[in-house]
Design a protein around this ligand. Structure first.
Ligand code: SAH
Ligand code: SF4
Ligand code: F3S
Length: 490
């Protein structure tokens, strides 16, 4: 359903009756209740109410925040970047410890705003909230938080807000609603895309891989795929609304569809998405090397729309560590896979994630990682210092690598990765590329910024009318990680 259809349904809700049963309708009912409350409140205050949503973490969270903003805007809140707002929400990430620390720091700072505006509502959601220790700490030390919910029940936001604002406005009691898991995928709730021309699309939720260092399976629950029909319908709707590029999202898109009643492979899903008229570009992430099929490589090679870009997390180049990490591939398997992909799609851009300092990592193990980086020559790589996550098998290991050793290795890896990226960016200078224009350059208003199919950033002289359009640009100069270009009139 598109925004207008949902809006119409919401407007028809009769709030004198008890809330209806089907989950989406139930939420439309609470949105309606809050809309009516909002109208009164606006009159009373003589101003609109504002909401500030901050997102930490990955693309899944970014997409969830679009859903949150969609609900808040439909209720009637005005979005703002200032935390001096009537509603402040942090959509949190817990994949590494520093993501956690940021949230606590920010929460502390909110105290002064809440003092000024006692009716301010503070809400927390996202991956951190799925950890009991976190919720306990907030209950103890951050009493000014009003609402906490998790990753499985984002769709309930209007209901929880209604409970807070309409049913018990004076109560100081925190509303906490965290689910351990869910089999439910609630479709057809409002969402507000950050960009008008590109969007993330969830194709699956959760993760079943339990890599030994990773907390995601614990906070996002078991893997669930959406029905292909629902995915296609959502993308068709977006395309009607101006979207030309989609990013299909899942923790391991290569295992998409295996658990559906009528199983569908990820490659088959891509073939169906490819057929959507008006859609120009398809991207996806993340692709786990262990499940990447020949069928997928074939579909990518012959596709007109799938971008020649693949994010293929390596994590480590040491077969010994990969085994311990529960990744189910060896160094050789990974290199063989890269070779196979490059043979089928020679100009593909490859990116990766690498962890440095996994427990027990020796100099020899680390050298293996450097070796893979040298051999594969990634277009870019995200490098992470291993972070101990409570409850994961790796956290219980005794041979944690000393911090100074990790730091030294991290710097070496980063230097190598950056040298290779800079070299790679030289390669395409002089070529003409199709660019999806995304925004005005933040430092120079005469420049526009866009991305090539291989996901490289390009700045070129142009005007704002080009935003959301695909244009041809000649890459004039490489600046290490991005290009300067000039537009070629077709
Ligand atoms: N599902 C994706 C990754 C999601 S998390 C995949 O399997 O590739 C994104 C990245 O964070 C991971 O690829 C990994 O490199 C990094 N990461 C996850 N847990 C981490 C930890 N405990 N410490 C450091 N980095 C971690
Ligand atoms: Fe984490 Fe591994 Fe799942 Fe990726 S595949 S989210 S790294 S457990
Ligand atoms: Fe972080 Fe959750 Fe994504 S832990 S990386 S926001 S799935």
């Amino acid at each position: 359903m598109d925004y207008l259809e949902i809006e119409e349904k919401v407007a028809k809700m009769d709030i004198t009756l008890p809330p209806p049963e089907p989950e989406a309708d139930r939420q439309y009912y609470f949105i309606r209740k809050l809309q009516l409350w909002m109208e009164e409140k606006k009159k009373e205050l003589g101003r609109p109410l504002t909401a500030c949503i901050t997102t930490f973490g990955c693309q899944m969270n970014a997409r969830d925040s679009e859903k949150i903003i969609g609900i808040m805007e439909m209720i009637g809140y005005e979005m703002t970047d200032s935390e001096e707002a009537d509603f402040v929400l942090y959509n949190t990430c817990t994949v590494r410890e520093n993501a956690n620390l940021k949230v606590y720091g920010r929460l502390g700072q909110l105290k002064k705003y809440k003092k000024k505006n006692p009716h301010m509502v503070i809400a927390l959601c996202g991956c951190m909230m799925q950890e009991k220790v976190v919720v306990d700490k907030i209950k103890q030390s951050y009493r000014n938080v009003d609402i906490i919910f998790g990753t499985h029940n984002i769709f309930k936001l209007a209901e929880l807000l209604s409970l807070k604002l309409l049913d018990r406005p004076e109560s100081k009691k925190m509303i906490i609603d965290i689910w351990d898991g869910t089999t439910e995928v609630v479709e057809d709730l409002p969402n507000e895309r950050k960009y008008s021309f590109k969007s993330g699309v969830n194709i699956m939720f959760g993760c079943n891989n339990f890599c030994s260092y990773c907390i995601v399976p614990y906070v996002r629950g078991r893997e669930r795929s959406r029905e292909p029909e629902d995915i296609i319908a959502e993308i068709e709707c977006m395309v009607k609304d101006g979207v030309v590029e989609v990013m299909l999202l899942g923790q391991n898109v290569n295992s998409y569809g295996k658990t559906l009643e009528h199983p569908v492979s990820f490659a088959q899903l891509l073939e169906r998405v490819e057929k959507i008229e008006g859609l120009e570009r398809i991207r996806f992430m993340t692709s786990h090397p262990k499940d990447l099929s020949d069928e997928l490589i074939e579909v990518m090679a012959k596709s007109q729309k799938i971008c020649k870009q693949l994010h293929l997390p390596l994590q480590s180049g040491s077969t010994r560590l990969l085994k311990d990490m529960n990744r189910h591939y060896t160094k050789e398997d990974y290199l063989f896979l890269v070779e196979k992909i490059r043979r089928a799609i020679p100009d593909i851009a490859l990116t990766t994630d690498i962890i440095v300092g996994y427990p027990g990592e020796t100099e020899q193990d680390f050298e293996e990682t450097l070796d893979v980086v040298r051999k594969v020559e990634y277009d870019s790589a995200f490098t992470f210092i291993y972070s101990k996550r409570t409850g994961t098998p790796a956290a219980a290991k005794e041979d944690q690598v000393p911090q100074n050793v990790v730091k030294e290795r991290f710097d070496r890896l980063l230097e190598l990765v950056q040298d290779i990226s800079a070299k790679k960016t030289q390669k395409d200078v002089g070529t003409i590329q199709q660019i999806l224009v995304e925004e005005q350059n933040q430092h120079d208003a005469n420049l526009m910024t866009g991305r090539t199919g291989r996901n490289y950033l390009v700045h070129f002289p142009g005007n704002k009318d080009l935003i959301g359009k695909l244009v041809s640009v000649r890459l004039v100069e490489s600046k290490g990680f991005y290009y300067m270009g000039e537009r070629i009139e077709e």
